[in-house]
Write a protein that binds this ligand. Structure first.
Ligand code: IPD
Length: 270
């Protein structure tokens, strides 16, 4: 059983406190040295002890503060049923490969969903302390500054971030799409953490972002930050953003990028 659902701002306050503590743990464990402890979908899809420890810490912290809520985490999956209550969506370390190599671009991503709708989210880069937040209908912020995305209107002038999955066959298709997109944009960036890509798009550090294969924990918090910054976050041909494809772009760029990606069958392949 769960009690009344708190307002989104209250859920965000909890998310920020929990994510900050989790990011501190991730950074400490990184300083102590990191190595993969297992692989997941493929040999390149690694999990570190920190991925597991940070998720366990986040879940325990949430359980203490909100005992009746459901959780969905990247490493341990689903626990509890939201049934009209709150479900927390956790990526303990998004950008695990960056974490492994010490590239300072990896984040704790934590979102609160109510009735299947993400209403609050925080993405905190554990290496730098950069923090992006949003509540549904309340705007997106980085360190107190409201975000509004890029004002670029030409796809040809756009810097576009993307990413790749871990399965070789999927990557091959993603690379083929990219090879045919890159002549039509300013350039491409591959930072290695989808949640941070979405926040960079929200901030206008890149003009747009797209990727096939994102899981709920990659998308939930960063997707809300991008939406609340005024970006359109959707999939192809009227479908919502999801595993098939996520496109996050300011309204003027969304159409041209969408159409190009549709022509290139960006949601196709394995
Ligand atoms: C991955 C990163 C990467 C993206 C992959 C994700 P992980 O998440 O966000 O940038 O391209 O699709 O799986 O494995 O580092 O949590």
């Amino acid at each position: 059983m769960h009690g009344p659902v708190p307002a989104p701002q209250e859920l965000l306050k909890i998310a920020v406190e929990v994510a900050r503590a989790a990011a501190t743990t991730a950074a400490r464990m990184r300083a102590e040295g990191v190595s993969p402890v297992a692989t997941k979908s493929t040999v390149t899809d690694v999990v570190t002890a920190a991925d597991r420890a940070v998720e366990q810490q986040v879940v325990a912290d949430l359980r203490r503060r909100r005992p009746g809520d459901a959780v969905l985490g990247e490493e341990y999956g689903e626990d509890g049923a939201a049934g009209g209550g709150v479900r927390w969506i956790i990526d303990p370390i998004d950008g695990t490969v960056n974490y492994l190599y010490g590239i300072p671009c990896y984040a704790v991503s934590l979102a609160a969903e109510v009735d299947g709708v993400v209403v609050a989210g925080v993405v905190r880069n554990a290496a730098t302390g950069d923090e992006w937040t949003a509540v549904r209908g309340g705007g997106a912020y980085r360190d107190g500054r409201r975000l509004s995305g890029s004002t670029e209107t030409e796809l040809a002038q756009s810097l576009v971030a993307t990413g790749f999955g871990y399965a070789p066959a999927r990557r091959q298709h993603q690379a083929a799409v990219l090879a045919r997109l890159i002549p039509h944009v300013r350039d491409i960036r591959r930072f290695g953490a989808a949640s941070i890509d979405l926040c960079r798009a929200a901030e206008g550090q890149v003009d747009a972002y797209y990727e096939k294969g994102l899981a709920a924990w990659d998308l939930a918090a960063g997707g809300l930050v991008a939406t609340e910054a005024g970006l359109r976050v959707d999939g192809l041909t009227g479908r919502p953003a999801g595993p098939d494809l996520v496109i996050a772009a300011p309204p003027a760029l969304f159409g041209p990028l969408h159409d190009r990606l549709a022509d290139l069958d960006a949601s196709g392949g394995p």
